[in-house]
Design a protein around this ligand. Sequence first.
Ligand code: HEM
Length: 441
Amino acid sequence: MSLQLGQVPAIIISSSKAAETFLKTHDINFASRPKIKASELLSYGSKGVAFSEYSPYWRSVRKLCTLKLLSASKVEMLGPIRKEELNVLVKSLKKAALVGEVVNVSEVVENLIENIVYKTILGRSKHEKFDLKKLVQEATILVGAFNLADYVPWLGAFDIQGLTRSLKKTSKSLDEVLEVIIKEHEQISNVDKTHHEDFVDILLSVMNQAIDPENEQNDVIDRNNIKAILLDMIVAGVDTSANAIEWALSELLRHPRVMKNLQDEIQNEVGTERMVEEKDLKKLNYLDMVIDETLRLYPVAPLLVPRECRESITIDDYFIKEKTRVIVNAWAIGRDSNVWSENVEEFYPERFINKKINYQGQDFESIPFGSGRRRCPGIQLGLVSIKLVTAQLVHCFNWELPHNTNPSNLNMEEKFGLSIPRAQHLHAIPSYRLSSDVKDE
Ligand code: HEM
């Protein structure tokens, strides 16, 4: 489908076959991002990874992030943060369970993921001087907003929606917070080299060096580059994982059969004498299917992140002009009945029994992490968090919907933004299901 969005020509990709053509066969031609106002203002002139145009700079920064921040060994090293934060949540849910309290599951999951992501990236989950979470939430909303100036550039000067004003204000406040946090790291790392290494430490250790010594451009990483990368990681890491867990738990509550299968699988592997650990995850095949099915129905970035055509090209007799915006509808691809059969709308994890989905660019039937050169570099980090949290919450607790809600009338509406959260928060009542002598670690 082609659309004219203001002055910007756009094409929409809504089938797995077309996605393969654009993101695999012609990937390099569609590996750029359009310049958008939000990223220009928040990311120091698009100096992060997610919104920078295809260029030697983007290649170097992406390589740096993949190798130094998001590699398999780094993801594993960060395991203790996930464990610690999840234990704190389980402890507080145990208290709620004792008195039969209704828990706002959406809120506690979001809070948990925020704490994990902030500790991983910045080494702390809050700052006494700033409301960091609120600022990042504001930035995320602004990045996801439909900004007229991105489609009719001359309107930008009038700032009719007030977005430029808000972006400048949020960007200034975020810059102040990041400066303080970076300065604190510089002081600590001069004194104490033993503290746990977070993303700020890693990026500071390469500051003023070539981002990628093998790259002919020899870009050097400076303070603004570091701040832009940190912001990208935070914005990309929080809502995505939190929303995926929220949807997984919602569908499990709507499908007691699937919930029971999952609890049985975990119980068989782990028993009721201890909590789930990350090393258990590789044995939990049904959990994999539950998460694959959740991400098929609720790809948390439903339109991925927009691409831009680098050079004019003709594909299947359609002429696509340079700078055309390419929007990939991952939501429609996951719900294509030609690929997923008639029960496409149903939450049915068993459809993955003989269909292991590979998110690394081979499969196009479900592409929640995108594909090709611009596909998500945080797949491993995202998946381990989603799987661990979902498994832990259903292993430690049985969950019941509050009184006036039941599996058939639970509201499943979505809210529009960069990601798709639930329109209404999910509420449920936990009851503890492990042996009473499991230690709170
Ligand atoms: C459930 C979890 C996640 C989902 C579903 C997800 C999804 C996505 C999607 C759809 C894209 C765009 C891909 C494309 O254009 O083809 C993307 C890009 C990106 N993601 Fe994720 N993501 C998740 C978690 C994370 C995490 C935890 C991080 C890092 C902390 C991360 C960092 C990034 C970055 C930096 C990009 C931009 C890549 C580029 O433009 O080169 N993501 N993600």
